[in-house]
Design a protein around this ligand. Structure first.
Ligand code: NAD
Length: 390
């Protein structure tokens, strides 16, 4: 197979899907690799390094996309201003695409992939199982984002994070509240602790209490049972109004004590739960900082604006999107290992084989043979079509 590594064209995207080290691995498995010129530049990976690893450099996107049996990417395909075409339309009919497709938020792209009879796999739908762990790009990118969110907060906060005992007196440490203790939240807790802050964490899943405490933070959260709070995959369930109320009073009280709040709460396939209303932000201390890592899904804070920073009542609210891209070297290294492990998992005897008995294959496949095979995406597209007809 000829595997194509496309240059990312999304705004502020500095990552690339595959490093030269992973190119060697793909070559060793018997495939050819083509890399679009300059694809690794944002992550300081030069074309020459890819060539040394055995890849062919192709000058532009048209050649790369149309000549590849499988294209590996980070972002979903986008309309290319340079070519006046959608990237998905550049794919060969019957080719394979592997990226963070996020199909529920990119229905238009999914429709093009169906029309082009492209087999597409979405890295963000990887099952959270032990077998799939080394392919879990969502966890990799959440780790990067959780870490960077704390640095962003520390850089904005008009205070120190750690306690200092100085000749000018003792300075109290900052208080950080992390909302949502999943992969990003746990990394944020660990990073804030390393910087010396006093950390509290809030989550609806009681299962995270032990993990939070093992990182030296205090767990504050509602007393829900595991069955009420999480599904079989370990993700949070949407809460009833009553359950939500149990926790929000406590959350709002703890928010008033915090110098920094980092929010990461998400429920798969749904807008992020709104946990911090404006009146709660207004009760925070002047100079406090919120970093809302759920900004791309509507935000956990009512005031968040995705992709920008707002100041309200002397509280700075960051709504970063694609934060992982701001640490492009390590984010690329991690993603590259994940996507390469996945590609090699799918490949048998020199080509991609669709094994319908393999959970990793079926969970991640979005389109195949001119049809949508991911049930949630199919339902969303059919639902939208019915609503439009009605
Ligand atoms: P996520 O990004 O979906 O959500 C982040 C956090 O927000 C979660 O901890 C969730 O409980 C929390 N949350 C949701 N609604 C909330 C609300 N209303 N109030 C407060 N908090 C709320 O989560 P994730 O980081 O992707 O992790 C999801 C689960 O998958 C976790 O149990 C994690 O440990 C597990 N996981 C397992 C593996 C593996 O086994 N390979 C890998 C990664 C993650």
């Amino acid at each position: 197979m000829r595997i194509g590594i496309a240059k990312e064209i999304g705004p502020n995207e500095r990552r690339v899907a595959v490093t030269p080290d992973s190119v060697r691995q793909i070559k060793a498995a018997g495939h050819d690799v083509a890399v679009e010129a300059g694809a690794g530049r944002g992550a300081f990976l030069e074309d020459a390094a890819y060539q040394e690893a055995g890849a062919t450099i192709v000058p532009g996107p048209a050649d790369l996309w149309s000549a590849s049996d499988a294209v590996l990417k980070i972002q979903p395909p986008l309309p290319s201003a340079a070519l006046g075409k959608h990237e998905a339309d550049l794919l060969r009919e019957g080719a394979t695409l592997i990226c963070m497709l996020r199909p529920l938020s990119n229905l238009d792209v999914v429709k093009i992939l169906v029309r082009r009879r492209v087999t597409s796999f979405s890295m963000d739908m990887m099952p959270r199982s032990t077998r799939a762990q080394r392919m879990d790009a969502l966890s990799s990118m959440s780790t990067v984002a959780g870490y960077k969110a704390v640095l962003l907060a520390a850089d904005t906060l008009p205070r120190f994070f750690p306690m200092f005992v100085t000749a000018a007196g003792t300075i109290a440490p900052s208080r950080v509240l992390v909302v949502g203790a999943g992969v990003a939240g746990l990394q944020a807790i660990a990073t804030a602790r390393r910087l010396g802050a006093v950390v509290e964490a809030y989550d609806v899943r009681p299962a995270v209490k032990e993990e939070v405490e093992s990182l030296g933070a205090t767990f504050v959260g509602p007393q829900l049972s595991a069955a009420e709070a999480q599904d079989e995959q370990g993700y949070a369930r949407p809460l009833t109004a009553e359950q939500q109320k149990k926790g929000t009073e406590m959350l709002h009280e703890r928010t008033a004590y915090a110098d920094v709040v980092i929010t990461t709460a998400r429920v798969p396939g749904l807008p992020a739960p709104k946990l911090l209303p404006t009146n709660v932000v207004e009760r925070m201390k002047p100079g406090s900082v919120i970093v809302d890592l759920a900004a791309d899904m509507g935000g956990n804070c009512e005031l968040t604006q995705a992709g920008s920073t707002v100041v309200h009542h002397d509280v700075t609210i960051h709504g970063p999107v694609r934060l992982a891209s701001t640490i492009p070297v390590h984010a690329t290294q991690m993603y590259s290992r994940n996507i390469t492990a996945f590609l090699l998992h799918l490949t048998k005897d020199g080509s991609i084989q669709f094994d319908s008995s393999d959970e990793i294959t079926t969970a991640t496949c979005v389109t195949r043979e001119g049809a949508i095979v991911h049930p949630g995406t199919k339902a969303r597209i059919e639902g939208a079509a019915t609503a439009a007809a009605g």
